[in-house]
Ligand binder design. Structure first.
Ligand SMILES: O=C(O)[C@H](O)[C@@H](O)[C@H](O)[C@H](O)COP(=O)(O)O
Length: 236
């Protein structure tokens, strides 16, 4: 397993670098396996990458989309990562809707039951042998997906997806893939920009415990790539 650091001047710089690499990774996965399985995330950098991919030369109907985390709100709530991904990318490219797997929303038959929603998503991802790439943003205290330091989610070693309550970053109720499921990816990419992330980036790359800095537990079976801008790289 390789860890690689890709530097950019700012968030736009890392998004541009990640978009070029994403295009190549999807082409290779499709050539080898007929399909590329990708996991999307929320946050400024993750959604920014999706917007940058709109014009990319990608065989979109061969791409299968999963989410690493989601805010448990109504489907039409602007806080939904799936809605933001739709607006940034999915509505603009010819995806196969049967291959787009958003996490359940807080309406429909699991309304009010985030545990049932998480279980449903766990059942969906359980049979996936490996994602090709799991995209992640990182918070200033080192969270990835909705896995926060010293939370039940960061300690989860069995379930593939779990409910999150009292999340420090609003909205408070969420669903997240767990670290074991994140690691079921050939590649894991962290998109990290801004000085607020510098200490956590240095700690994660320096071998901190995942309980303290969840990003430290995010690694791909083939490769982990940190896309960091100059400000976020300041303490490396
Ligand atoms: O749904 C979410 O909020 C996320 O998936 C979260 O893990 C995000 O990726 C980080 O908080 C980084 O977000 P920024 O890139 O906006 O700092």
């Amino acid at each position: 397993m390789t860890t690689e650091i890709v530097r950019g001047a700012d968030q736009d710089g890392i998004v541009t670098a990640a978009a070029a690499r994403f295009t190549a990774l999807v082409a290779e996965a499709v050539a080898r396996r007929g399909r590329a399985r990708v996991v999307l995330t929320g946050g400024g950098a993750g959604i920014g990458l999706l917007a940058a991919l709109r014009g990319a030369d990608i065989d979109w109907p061969k791409v299968e989309f999963f989410w690493g985390d989601e805010r448990f709100v109504a489907a039409d709530d602007g806080d939904r990562n799936a809605l933001q991904a739709h607006e940034a990318l999915l509505a603009h490219v010819p995806v196969d809707e049967a291959l787009v797997h958003p996490m359940p929303a807080d309406d429909g038959d699991v309304a009010g039951d985030v545990d049932a929603a998480a279980r449903r998503y766990a059942e969906l991802v359980e049979p996936v042998e490996a994602f090709d790439v799991h995209l992640l943003g990182m918070g200033g205290e080192g969270h990835i997906n909705s896995i926060f330091p010293h939370s039940p989610a960061v300690a989860e070693s069995a379930a593939t997806a779990v409910a999150v309550r009292d999340c420090p970053k609003p909205p408070p109720t969420r669903i997240t893939l767990t670290l074991p499921m994140v690691r079921r990816s050939r590649e894991v990419w962290l998109l990290v920009a801004g000085e607020a992330k510098a200490q956590a980036a240095a700690a994660a790359l320096g071998g901190a415990a995942a309980a303290d800095v969840p990003a430290a537990g995010a690694s791909g079976s083939d490769r982990t790539v940190w896309f960091v801008d100059d400000a976020a790289a300041a303490a490396l």
